[in-house]
Ligand binder design. Sequence first.
Ligand SMILES: Nc1ncnc2c1ncn2[C@@H]1O[C@H](COP(=O)(O)OP(=O)(O)OP(=O)(O)O)[C@@H](O)[C@H]1O
Length: 246
Amino acid sequence: MAMIEFDDVQKYYGDFHALKDINLKIEAGETVVLIGPSGSGKSTLIRTVNGLEPVQDGRLIVNGQDLANRKTDINRIRKNVGMVFQHFNLYANKTILENIMLAPRIVLKRDEAENKKFAMELLDRVGLADQAEKYPAQLSGGQQQRIAIARSLAMKPKCLLFDEPTSALDPEMIDDVLNVMKDIARDSNMTMLVVTHEMGFAREVADRVIFMADGQILEDDSSDTFFNGEPSNERARQFLGKIITH
Ligand SMILES: Nc1ncnc2c1ncn2[C@@H]1O[C@H](COP(=O)(O)OP(=O)(O)OP(=O)(O)O)[C@@H](O)[C@H]1O
């Protein structure tokens, strides 16, 4: 069974039709990059996958549960589906280590010693083991985002969602964050859905690239076809031309 499956999904904000007839299947272990112009519905789509935005019609199966069904337990989905935001969303009054240990302690009731050991391993993996006792405000944006990624990984999710994780960062911080994301993408068990304008990342590690405009998916290609061949959709071709030359 696919990790994520949209079947004719519709999403409205009031009268505004934000996601139109979305059909999309993402298999376990795939890395999928979602691109498109501002306002095309990328954030909306990614936020439906962990129930941050409800959908109004269709079927949306995530890890075997239907999010379009109001009876579905969203907390069970969120245990397996982590999210990394543009603005990190760390707890300002907790240390870095506490930020990472909190959810596994409360939600998974993970043993305290094991929790700390795993948190330290993750800090090491994102290159910040020496920052464990600091507070978020003492770190740079790029470091905070790497902590936010480590915090998501602490739940041992099956799937990670990234919503423009590098757009709020100074240019010199971006590569450190992308390198951590590339490392996760190479882990064949993790499913990743990433909204980003970083085409180097998409080209290097994405299995697929999806282009959205006006709430619709207009192109869904292998990364190779998208970058080395040509998207068949005219708007996708234009978009690609613009972002690569600018
Ligand atoms: N909470 C909301 N209420 C009403 N309309 C919304 C809401 N959130 C988003 N929208 C609208 O839905 C459309 C899609 O927005 P969304 O943020 O998903 O686009 P996006 O492709 O992620 O854009 P960006 O790249 O600028 O973040 C936009 O027209 C936006 O104004």
